[in-house]
Write a protein that binds this ligand. Structure first.
Ligand SMILES: NC(=O)c1ccc[n+]([C@@H]2O[C@H](COP(=O)([O-])OP(=O)(O)OC[C@H]3O[C@@H](n4cnc5c(N)ncnc54)[C@H](O)[C@@H]3O)[C@@H](O)[C@H]2O)c1
Length: 342
């Protein structure tokens, strides 16, 4: 298939794209490349990918001609990024993605996959493990935008246009565009830097986790599945056993990397907490995760110790980087003369 991947230069995109190529799909990568083009270039390692640097709000719809499927990853990608600018979060994560889904249908694209998030469940009683039929309870601008994108894209499904929404767990693991603003990755980095695992207060909140390779495999499963099984459907992506309370997660991460369990608290109490079931994706698509939380923590720690990942790369903390870009834009405007700095 010819697959348009938006946000292809991101944390998930740079793992997904090589997997798509391995499976024989052609990839068109559309991204602003806020985190640089180098991550995707390294990921594709000389393989043929059409790269388009553009914004999903304003891109030329002609690029959808001849495309078979869209995997629409581009977004301001977590809750804090959403709080950075609520209006832009809505424009990008909701309106632009809804527009892509609509344009894709008009241009004869056969499948649209929306990588959504389990964060739309917000807060649920920890005694109940929730499935896709539970009423969402989005608590942040990011979660509300994901839900609105689901609500606008899923009704477009018909017998010629397959639409699937995947509610991904919190992702972890190594990626060419590394993110240390995700729970497991950040815990390992915190220990690497300061000898203590940072834990977001109050530690009793539940979250499901999925490795970046596994969530990419789930996106490919949704791409390749018989339309009858997935059309108009929502799937949670993860594994039942990988719902973990945050304090326990920190203990497990320390044990996995073989270090003493020392920790420090940060942040205000987190009101998001949800335990999720993944029976639907397992029963419908036979999807099973392949990487454990322990293996994920170990690969990140090893990459830091072996200097494969630069712990000082500012781009790995998403919101900090977006803020830095905006600051630098103003700064450059102030300093450049005749279009040059020096
Ligand atoms: N990583 C997770 O834990 C997680 C969990 C659930 C859902 N998701 C969702 O998966 C998707 C990808 O997440 P990620 O972790 O790879 O994030 P990421 O921030 O690493 O990647 C997002 C990519 O989108 C691009 N982008 C952002 N705005 C754009 C715009 N207006 N036009 C074009 N490109 C734009 C960025 O340059 C970046 O390369 C997002 O939709 C995110 O909400 C991620």
């Amino acid at each position: 298939m010819s697959v348009l991947v938006t946000g292809a230069g991101g944390y998930i995109g740079t793992v997904l794209v090589p997997l798509l190529l391995e499976k024989g799909h052609q990839v068109i990568a559309l991204d602003r490349f806020f985190f640089g083009r180098d991550n995707l270039q390294r990921a594709i390692d000389g393989h043929q990918v059409e790269i388009i640097r553009d914004d999903i709000r304003w891109f030329d719809p002609n690029i959808l001609e001849g495309v078979d499927a869209v995997i629409d990853l581009a977004a301001l990608s977590n809750d804090p990024a959403g709080e950075l600018d609520e209006v832009k979060t809505r424009e990008i994560n909701h309106q632009a993605r809804a527009k892509i889904a609509k344009l894709a249908k008009e241009r004869g694209v056969k499948r649209y996959i929306l990588p959504s998030s389990c964060s739309i469940y917000g807060f649920r009683d920890p005694d109940e493990a929730i499935d896709e039929t539970y009423a969402p309870n989005p608590l942040t601008a990011y979660a509300r935008a994901n839900l609105a994108a689901e609500n606008d894209s899923l009704p477009l499904a018909n017998d010629k246009f397959t639409v699937v929404a995947l509610r991904q767990s919190t992702v972890y693991g190594l990626s060419p565009r590394m993110r240390f603003d995700l729970a497991i990755n950040g815990m390992v980095m915190g220990f690497f830097r300061g000898g203590k695992i940072p834990i977001l207060r109050d530690g009793t909140q539940w979250r499901p986790f999925v490795h970046v390779k596994d969530t990419s495999r789930a996106l490919i499963a949704a791409l390749e599945a018989d339309s009858k099984l997935v059309n108009g459907q929502i799937f949670n992506v993860g594994a039942n056993d990988d719902n973990v309370m945050i304090f326990e997660l920190a203990e497990r991460a320390a044990k996995a990397i073989g270090v003493p369990f020392k920790y420090e608290w940060y942040g205000l109490p987190d009101h998001r907490s949800y335990r999720v079931t993944f029976d639907k994706i397992s029963n419908t698509l036979g999807f099973k995760t392949s990487v454990s939380i322990e293996e994920g923590a170990q690969e990140i720690y090893k990459a830091l110790v072996d200097k494969v990942v630069d712990p000082d790369d500012m781009r790995t903390i998403t919101v900090k980087w977006y803020k830095h870009l905006m600051y630098m834009q103003d700064f450059l405007k102030e300093t450049e003369v005749n279009g040059v700095i020096l």
